[in-house]
Design a protein around this ligand. Structure first.
Ligand SMILES: Cc1cc2nc3c(=O)[nH]c(=O)nc-3n(C[C@H](O)[C@H](O)[C@H](O)COP(=O)(O)O)c2cc1C
Length: 211
């Protein structure tokens, strides 16, 4: 089993990630909180500090992009490739109102056809591996099979599933009947998000010290 450090915007910045790595280590990947491509086509000061290779030394860091514009995604991916990144993660999970109302993050899931076209363009033009972090729908888990049909069309490196809908925000935890029914037929490698609560965390870290 691999264990990843989830991105938490405003919390797991480069200083936090560096401290976690130094004090505990043990994560197979460290996801960087999302980068939002802007009209200037430049990284913000926070984004730049977060992605600089010298701020991510000795760890497998993966930057994340939050956008519904394929051109912006590809342009940002190309810039990140120049910084040495070989994998990039698409955020279709952020439930916050300001993001969702622009059809980004989990808001993108309300437009499966647009998401499909976006992925088609992105997979044709992106120079590095793409993983996706998704919710199971906007309103209901019933949306998930249709989303999986779309995801299965593309060579997604890893599909990270946050098993809540956008409307659940961070509250209800839906156990994944929808996924269990299908998982045998899927070709994509899954990752499931779950916060490691203190007890579990100490077991994991104890085990990682034993290596
Ligand atoms: C404050 C905060 C910021 C977050 N920022 C991001 C982010 O930048 N990108 C992302 O994919 N997920 C983000 N998440 C979601 C988490 O990475 C994770 O998937 C989620 O909290 C798992 O939920 P659970 O353990 O409560 O089930 C954020 C969550 C919180 C609470």
């Amino acid at each position: 089993m691999n264990i990843y450090l989830a991105p938490l915007e405003g919390i797991t910045g480069w200083i936090y990630r560096g401290a976690v790595q130094k004090c505990f280590g043990g994560f197979d990947k460290y996801f960087i909180p999302f980068i939002k491509p802007n009209q200037m086509g430049r990284f913000s000061a926070r984004e730049k500090k977060d992605i600089l290779p010298e701020h991510n030394k000795g760890m497998h860091a993966v930057p994340q992009i939050l956008t519904n514009c394929a051109e912006d995604f590809v342009q940002t991916a190309k810039k990140l490739e120049q910084y040495g990144y070989k994998e990039i993660n698409l955020n279709v999970g952020c439930p916050s109102k300001t993001v969702v109302t622009k059809g980004r993050g989990a808001g993108f899931l309300a437009f499966p056809e647009r998401l499909d076209l976006f992925l088609e363009e992105v997979f044709q033009n992106c120079p590095i591996d793409i993983s996706v972090k998704t919710r199971i729908g906007t309103e209901s888990g019933e949306e998930f099979p249709k989303l999986m049909d779309i995801y299965n069309k593309y060579p997604i490196k890893e599909l990270i599933i946050h098993p809540r809908t956008q409307k659940d925000f961070y509250k209800i935890f839906r156990i994944w009947m929808c996924l269990k029914k299908r998982s045998a037929q899927e070709g994509i490698k899954y990752v499931i998000t779950e916060i490691l609560h203190r007890k579990k965390m100490s077991v994991i870290f104890r085990n990682s010290f034993r290596k």
